[in-house]
Design a protein around this ligand. Structure first.
Ligand code: GLY
Length: 363
């Protein structure tokens, strides 16, 4: 078990990480809830599995109000946010009420956004229940909902008061969800912590089996890497952009597939593979590229569905990470080092994309 601190412009987030983190944070949660309304935002399947654990730590005078959102990306709409705002108001929510986001990245995003905006912002705890949310989405204060024309188009930075990343909650995750979360770990390791990549390579079988002895050190180390970047650049004006590696194409793939068929992490894995192609043409050594392709090859990714290169390019150009001047690509330039490139010619992207869609694992 580890306790980390993320310092941000408006204060600090405490992060309790490891097997049994929820039990270890129970007293702290109880103090934070004492005498208040606590809005626990979750999807039905997650609430059925984990909400009971929260009832056990409910202190006297706290009222837990459960608010349900749909499962998956469909939770991140204006309509769902509005339902949550109205539910909180109707249940007597005040400036000092609390929000608990209990779930994966989509629950954390919408619950965080609602906490950021309800009565101009109320305090939030993130209790991520997927690997992806534990290592990435719940850390660093990004909150968002989608518009029909773009994922995460509306959002705010709203740092949680506390993040409880309990790796025991990952025990029943399907292998595909673990794999999807591990892609974000590979992303962070590639850019920030090459030693973490060694650990993932060596322990991949245990990690994909959800073995807590393998997961614990990896989750803690990935969170430490992310904390470092967010503390350096809390609102993504520079270094935090590195965390978008693989997301430029990844988000476009998700959008073109209408958020069905591939998990976010799986789409990012394909985005990362494509980034390696562009990076090779900008000096990334063949050994690094081959190593990453080899590792992602062991992830047993589902096949990439048929996609049209032109649609992907059009979607990327509309993405919120694109600037008015064009698409910005985050590419690894060496192991442990990445850079943002704003000058990749569109013709090159189109040409490489055609080849990539035929053979995603070829460099
Ligand atoms: N998930 C990317 C970031 O938090 O910046």
């Amino acid at each position: 078990m580890e306790r980390l601190t993320l310092r941000h412009p408006r204060g600090e987030s405490a992060i309790v990480v490891g097997a049994g983190a929820l039990a270890a944070a129970a007293d702290e949660l109880a103090r934070w809830w004492q005498g208040r309304r606590v809005f626990v935002v979750s999807s039905a399947p997650i609430a059925a599995r984990f909400a009971g654990a929260l009832e056990g730590i409910e202190p006297a005078g706290a009222a837990l109000v459960h608010l349900e959102v749909p499962d998956g990306e469909t939770a991140k709409t204006v309509e769902v946010a509005r339902r949550l705002w109205e539910g909180m108001l109707a249940a007597g929510g005040k400036r000092d009420s609390r929000v608990v986001a209990l779930g994966g990245g989509t629950v954390g995003d919408v619950a965080g956004f609602v906490a950021a905006t309800f009565l101009r912002g109320i305090e939030l705890t993130q209790i991520p229940t997927t690997l992806l949310a534990q290592v990435d989405a719940a850390i660093g204060g990004k909150t968002a909902i989608d518009l029909p024309g773009g994922k995460n188009s509306v959002g705010a930075f709203h740092h949680p008061h506390l993040v409880v990343a309990d790796t025991e909650l990952l025990a029943s995750l399907p292998r595909a969800d673990l794999r999807a979360g591990l892609v974000e770990v590979v992303k962070m390791a590639t850019l920030l912590d090459p030693g973490l990549l060694d650990v993932v390579e060596e322990g991949l079988d245990g990690l994909l089996d959800g073995d807590p002895r393998s997961l614990d050190p990896v989750v803690a180390r990935a969170i430490r890497a992310k904390v470092g970047v967010v503390e350096d650049d809390p609102e993504e004006s520079d270094r935090r952009r590195l965390l978008n590696l693989g997301h430029t194409l990844g988000h476009a793939i998700e959008a073109v597939l209408d958020y069905r068929g591939l998990r976010h992490g799986e789409a990012v894995a394909f985005g990362l593979l494509f980034a390696l192609r562009l990076a090779r043409r900008r000096g990334l050594g063949p050994d690094v590229a081959r190593r990453l392709v080899g590792l992602l090859g062991r992830f047993e990714l589902p096949p990439l569905p048929p996609l049209a290169a032109q649609r992907l390019v059009d979607t990327m150009a509309r993405d919120k990470k694109a600037r008015e001047s064009g698409i910005v690509w985050v590419l690894p330039v060496a192991m442990g080092e990445g850079r943002a490139f704003a000058d990749v010619p569109l013709e090159e992207v189109e040409r490489e994309l055609e080849a990539f869609l035929r053979e995603p694992f070829k460099l």
